[in-house]
Design a protein around this ligand. Structure first.
Ligand SMILES: *Cc1c(COP(=O)(O)O)cnc(C)c1O
Length: 379
């Protein structure tokens, strides 16, 4: 089955008792058993809930894998992956990383004796320089936030296999519609379903997917043992969101491409970061591993003044000044004073997060209105 058919049908069945086409929200903690040990597959909702179960099967199918697990947030999903490791193990991670992931690694897990290295993976062969016999996990985020760097998943997967380490890919920015890391050799895919999968800015959720049965057992064991599960209502919302994922992402990409090209020609704009440009350093890899280039764009202003960036994000009327991304509505953000404010200026500037850098999550509105909004704000 192809993507859209799976997105709409995988894991869901009309309700047997009523025929309801939508998966019911099983707002229940427990399940009545006919006799001791004689139940219908559900015993307690931390362990398994029918609405969550439908979502877990659905997301696994669209990532071309068999096993999915849903968590209370993206960070709770990442937390589960790191809990597969032991003290003394080493992790090699993308350097241009989602800030919350960096905080989880460095302020929570480092003190349990897990060692993290943050490396530039834009040339994948660089990863091999950091592999030791203690390397147990390689963590990749692509495209990266907010610099839109692209990492060659297939090349890193080969290095991970050789090292005997797991490869996990944060697929939040790309979505499974644009990129399926398991097909490229990844062991685990992670999502902040808060973003494109939910797609309507009304839910916080995390997802893990794997096609490896052994990893799945560990994933479900940790999910049940630590209990950071998502709720039935939220599972329903994300299941509903995924039904239109392909349509939304198509429009995000279309709008994103038009805005990226328009920005590149604007006299007040300096650099535009978007993997669809042929001049993007890893454009060829993006073309190889992604179906299209997504709706996330970053750009800088000529003169690189923080006041100009602050004025711009205040001036826009359709774009909303907010953190997060991937919803139907367009958002604008200023990484240096929002998502990356906790990183010292010198450190953030090394990765390109300069004072005038602006990040757009291009929504699915009419693109002419979005461009007019940016035009009046830039003026
Ligand atoms: C938002 C985000 C996360 C964290 O997910 P939450 O749902 O906010 O916990 C992780 N990775 C990326 C790329 C994100 O954008």
């Amino acid at each position: 089955m192809k993507f859209a058919t799976k997105a709409i049908h995988a894991g869901v069945h009309p309700d047997e008792s009523t025929g309801a086409i939508m998966t019911p929200i099983y707002q229940t903690s427990t399940y009545v058993q006919d006799g001791v040990g004689n139940h219908k597959g559900y015993e307690y909702s931390r362990t398994l809930n029918p609405t969550r179960h439908a979502l877990e099967k659905n997301i696994a199918a669209i990532e071309n894998a068999r096993f999915g697990a849903a968590f209370g947030s993206g960070l709770a999903a990442i937390d589960c992956v790191v809990k597969m490791l032991h003290p003394g193990d080493e992790v090699i991670s993308t350097n241009d990383l989602y800030g919350g992931t960096y905080r989880l690694f460095t302020t929570i897990f480092a003190k349990y004796g897990i060692k993290f290295q943050f490396v530039d993976m834009s040339d994948a062969s660089n990863v091999a320089n950091y592999v030791t016999e203690k390397t147990k996990l390689i963590w990749v985020e692509t495209p990266t936030n907010p610099m839109m760097n692209i990492i060659d998943i297939e090349a890193v997967a080969k290095i991970a296999k050789q090292a005997g380490a797991l490869l996990a890919v944060d697929n939040t920015f790309a979505t499974p519609y644009l990129q399926t890391p398991i097909d490229l050799g990844a062991d685990i895919v992670m999502h902040s379903a808060t973003k494109y999968l939910g797609g309507h800015s009304d839910v916080v959720m995390g997802i893990l997917v794997t096609d490896n049965e052994e990893i799945s057992k560990e994933m479900y064991r940790i999910q049940n043992s630590t209990g950071a599960v998502t709720a039935p209502m939220d599972s329903f919302l994300v299941l509903r969101g995924i039904k239109t994922l392909h349509l939304r992402v198509q429009r995000h990409c279309e709008n994103g491409a038009k805005i990226a090209h328009w920005l590149a020609k604007h006299p007040k704009v300096d650099k535009v970061y978007w993997p669809g440009f042929e001049s993007h350093p890893n454009h060829a890899i993006a073309k190889k591993q992604m179906r299209d280039f997504g709706g996330m764009i970053s750009f800088t202003l000529k003169g690189n003044k923080i006041e100009d960036a602050h004025a711009l994000v205040k001036k826009v009327e359709i774009f909303a000044l907010a953190e997060s991304l991937g919803g139907v509505e367009s958002l604008i953000g200023h990484p240096a004073s929002m998502t990356h404010a906790s990183i010292p200026k010198e450190e953030r500037e090394k990765t390109g997060v300069v004072d005038s850098l602006i990040r757009l999550s291009v929504g699915v509105e009419d693109v002419e209105d979005l461009i007019a909004d940016l035009e009046q704000a830039l003026r």
